[in-house]
Design a protein around this ligand. Sequence first.
Ligand code: IVH
Length: 687
Amino acid sequence: MNQGLGSAGDLAKVKKSLGRLRAEISRHNYLYYVLDSPEISDAAYDALMRELKQLEAAYPQFVTPDSPTQRVGAAPVEAFGVVEHPLPLLSLGNAFSQEELLAWYSRISKIVGGQQFNFACEHKIDGLAVALTYVNGQLAVGATRGDGFRGEDITQNLRTIRSIPLSVSEEAPSRFEVRGEVFLPKAGFNKLNRERAEEGLPLFANPRNAAAGSVRQLDPRITAKRPLDIYVYMLGYAEGKATPPTHWETLEYLGSLGFKVSPNNRLLDTIIEVEDFYNTWLERRESLPYEADGIVVKINQLDLQLKLGNVGHEPRWAIAYKFPPIQGTTVLKEIKISVGRTGTLNPYAVLEPVSVGGVTIKQAALHNEDDIRRKDIREGDTVIIQRAGEVIPQIIGAVVSKRTGKEKQFSLLEKLCARDKKCPACPVCGSEIVKPEAEVMYYCPNAACPAQVQQRLEHFASRGAMDIRGIGEQMSVLLIEKGLVRDFSDLYYLTKEQLARLERIGDKSANNIITAIENSKKRPLGRLIYALGIRHVGGETAEILTKEFFSLEALANASKEQLSSVPTIGPKIADSVTAFFKNEENIRIIKRLKDADVLPEEEVAKLEEQPLLGQEFVITGRLNRFTRQEAEAWIKALGGTAKSDVTSKTTYLVAGAEPGSKLGRAQALGIKQLTEDEFRRLLGKTA
Ligand code: IVH
């Protein structure tokens, strides 16, 4: 089949197919990310995306900025531009008690006089405010609040958030601005911090900081990796169309345009109902998937909002009714140091157990030595701790007035010297510790350190990795203690008899564990790469590496240059990956995995249903980011064939630098040509 650029009629058909595909994918995006109710499976969605990517790769002239393929994250910028807000973004006054809420209510009732009004109540989500401007149906500018008058242009970053529509119906006003809160759900926050801890990076103190840090990345590809979300909460302004007269109807209207509006919003008639709404969520806030620090009460009638106006930066027509923080005080008994999977030495607080909001807290995370110094937290201090949902409890600070003078300042090095003459030493294995240049964390360099071995094993078997039920923390400790396992490859050589001999393990659970281990051999490659526990390679990076290298062998053989040429893979990750696969011990472990049939080679191809089936490729000239063998392996893996000569059966000629005579022949036959970037896109890679 000749896929060369055809007649005008053919092109019109292609354009129509592209339009149909995009509309369909956008609809599924909307169902999944905005309404949380997908209609099709992830695999079916991926297939549609692949179809679109391939068609766009073949016809790059038809790629539009609002195509679902254009959310991956643009190239990094040096600095953000400045956006002047046509209408300032205000902040909110606070009420910290029922009295303060009622005082606000009487103030506004007086100003409003006899006119009837009601209240729109929403959660006050702890994220960051953004203003999205749409011009002729397209997302044109996305900005931070900044000082309320001028914010930063973070359009490229906001485009990566799937619940923000890139375009809206032509029925929408010709120019309008929507405001909302971008946030990182608690689960995403915890995962991000876990990965950062493993990678030795400073942790985010709360989901708000994490969301702000993610959105204000100069490299949008990093933003694209964070599971950010949005709820819109008001219309800034709109031109060229009448908009609804109340806040509630405006939210409904925004919902109908495709924006994500919180399902927890309520329209209420009386201030008593507002109080009830507050109390309900005060009790249930921990069950929310995001951090809420209160509710926002807004007068529903927009004409009254106008009449009420602002005082300084704060509108009179709305108020934030804040939840009290879930805090408690207790004594910090000791600062201990744990050894992480990659050898990081992490300080944590051992607390006098205390019940905070119904949960007993015995430990709290302390990020690193600098953080402890900055907050001036000392052993023996009475400290204020705060918890939020499943977020790990934090120490806010010390109650200085309670100090007796016996409190002890923390020094990591001193602590690590106390127990051993050889110092500073790892608290578990006694090895001398190291601090790589330009890193904040100290490490235990001994890969055989029992703490590291145990955590690597636990990580390998964890849910996001090989998902082996039955191998949790206790089991990994036990297996190592009994000498049955020295590294995770040993799992695949365990016998039922060995397990059944352990205390507390019956025949049945031994059987279950062996089955779980056996089943884990089939996990996709991305999971295995993540499971290996390579420093700086979290779940997302593992997925990117899988898409790029396709087999563990190719990844193991990749050079630093090849690795760093992949978007979002920096030199630090590249160094760590190459070092990992050069290490003798790791080579031995991977060989043992392979011998036990663990390697899920070509997984991706199987999953991707061979999208290049029936297509013939010929390559000419030099490719920059593939060797010839790699390119051909990719084509084969995705179901296509790679040939050396151009014939009328050739589907594509991939033309690299300094192409040979094949180019002329392909032109004569009217064979479609692909540049290296187009070819990469066709393979589903980022160009
Ligand atoms: S309305 C003039 N609604 O709270 C009205 N704000 O302290 C201003 N926020 O900067 C905003 N959830 O980042 C509004 N449902 C909600 C909100 C909300 C969170 C944040 C927003 C704003 C800050 C004001």
